[in-house]
Design a protein around this ligand. Structure first.
Ligand code: ADP
Length: 502
């Protein structure tokens, strides 16, 4: 028998998992926080406490970093062949697949997202990321390099490069795709032979801790993966600043990204960042308008708008503006908003009370600055859950805060455009450059525009398409480095040049 979260019955394996205070994984053992403290994580659909979790702080981070250091410097991990490392990562993916349903339920309970989405997207994508990266473990190659040495013409040399793991990696992840973000970070780091201290977001630590159990079950050597839940200002800051960490990988807000960069200066650890966005999504009059309308609605409303690459600024060619806005607003009105556990739910609650306040605050600012809500515009109903109405704002100006700042909620601002040149300048006119969308049947126009957009990803006649093989990351203040694909291997390896006089 599982617990009843009205009116849905939760799998007993999940209810067992959340009914006990969850510990942190350090050096292969499940530990309480050194301070003995725990913190609650909430079910965003009800506002009720879901589970208690050990609250990691500086001391726990230090213990985890020491364990990761030992595992990297002298543990079995560094002696393991690339093939065995790859097999272990693949084994983890198999175990995840066996527990897909539990992962999906934990993700829905902790984050709020629809179970149907967690089941179809978050968990399978996370599994696929581990499998994709397992294959790379055996393919990290250096090169041989013919060198000339003009000032020593009579000597000859043999030179080559080695790709070596960067070392101990600290990884700090957000709450919007908790398991998937853990996979984006852990999989390449492990494939490259690094050891890791992962700090999940305080709002959603449970799926990473469940994953930790599978790391132990798969047989990863102690200290290779350490998982320390806790708050950003304490555990996160301690990890970013730790002198024995060689690299920090962060996904979260641009504001915190800058703090991470500052914290990393002590030992000049390497830094990679995947930060905020305010992505333009452009619909031309020659697009398949039905496809563009559905795609533009999903570009912003997917995951409750809590997606760093959400298509949050909609630009529509003037002659079809009314038609597209009506279409997107009609889609918004039809979205079934509710508990993620309900099979019919297409949009769940926001992740936290704080996030609800933040989004509602932006809605008030936008409306007070003169924007109009075609649909939505406020908190939804009087439930204790953190629900907000899917919202389409028009009559916005490009310099309004709701157009410039990342809201991270189901709120799109929509404006008409006339001239493609002027459009380009407007589309590029935020501090961000994470993603962009283009809807048109004119493929030459689409590719010209794709080349001019300052964004790390451009989707043409689609949106929010992610694949383990496709690099993702930001231009401008949306980040440093690319995750996924082979690009990410650069973030977790360094090149050693070896030169021999013959
Ligand atoms: P949000 O504001 O949407 O919660 P954040 O960027 O604050 O996003 O959080 C993303 C991750 O960064 C979380 O794991 C959080 O705990 C962590 N974090 C927040 N502040 C800091 C900090 N000062 N140093 C290190 N990590 C932090």
């Amino acid at each position: 028998m599982g617990i009843a979260v009205s009116p849905i019955q939760i799998d007993s394996r999940v209810s067992d998992f959340i009914s006990k205070p969850r510990k942190m994984l350090i050096d292969g053992k499940w530990m309480d926080a050194a301070s003995g403290k725990t913190f609650p994580t909430y079910n965003p659909a009800t506002g009720e406490v879901l589970a208690q979790v050990a609250e990691g702080d500086r001391q726990d981070i230090d213990a985890a970093v020491q364990a990761a250091r030992k595992a990297f410097d002298s543990g079995p991990w560094s002696q393991m062949t690339p093939s065995d490392r790859g097999k272990l990562i693949w084994k983890l993916a198999d175990l995840m697949e066996q527990h897909l349903e539990e992962f999906a339920t934990i993700e829905t309970l902790d984050n709020g997202k629809p179970l149907t989405v967690a089941r179809a997207a978050d968990v399978p994508l996370a599994i696929d990321m581990f499998r994709y990266m397992a294959g790379w473990a055996t393919k990290l190659e250096g090169t041989t390099i013919p060198i000339s040495m003009p000032h020593a013409a009579n000597s000859s040399y043999f030179a080559y490069t080695l790709r070596e793991p960067v070392g101990v990696v600290g990884q700090i992840i957000p709450w919007n795709f908790p398991l998937l973000m853990a996979a984006w970070k852990l999989a390449p780091a492990l494939a490259c032979g690094c050891t890791v201290v992962l700090k999940p977001a305080e709002q959603t630590p449970l799926s990473a801790l469940f994953l930790g159990e599978l790391f132990v079950e798969a047989g990863f050597p102690n200290g290779v993966v350490n998982i320390v839940p806790g708050f950003g200002e304490t555990a996160g800051a301690a990890l970013a600043a730790h002198e024995l960490v060689d690299k920090i990988a962060f996904t979260g807000s641009t504001e915190v990204g800058k703090l991470i960069v500052n914290a990393a200066t002590g030992n000049l650890k390497k830094v990679s960042l995947e930060l905020g966005g305010k992505s333009p999504n452009v619909v031309f009059k020659d697009a398949d308008l039905n496809g563009a309308i559905s795609g533009s609605a999903s570009a912003i409303f997917f995951n409750q708008g809590q997606t760093c690459c959400a298509g949050s600024r909609l630009f529509v060619e003037r002659s079809v503006f009314d038609q597209v806005i009506e279409g997107v607003a009609a889609k918004a009105k039809k979205i079934n908003v509710g508990s993620g556990l309900e099979p019919k739910t297409a949009m769940g609650p926001l992740v936290s009370e704080e996030q609800l306040q933040r989004v509602c605050n932006y809605l008030e600012i936008g409306l007070s600055e003169g924007a109009t809500a075609v649909t939505g515009g406020k908190k939804m109903g009087d439930s204790k859950g953190y629900f907000v109405e899917p919202t389409v704002l028009v009559n916005t100006k490009d310099d309004m805060r709701v157009v410039q700042e990342e809201i991270f909620g189901p709120v799109v601002t929509a404006v008409p455009f006339d001239d493609p040149e002027e459009l380009m300048a407007r589309a590029n006119s935020t501090i961000y450059g994470l993603a962009a969308g283009i809807w048109t049947k004119d493929i030459s126009k689409a590719h010209r525009l794709a080349a001019s957009l300052r964004a790390g990803t451009v989707w043409i006649n689609c949106y929010n398409v992610f694949d383990a093989a496709l690099p993702f990351g930001g231009y401008k203040q949306s980040g440093w480095g690319r995750e996924m694909g082979k690009d990410v291997l650069q973030l977790y390896t360094q090149t050693k040049a070896v030169c021999t006089r013959l």
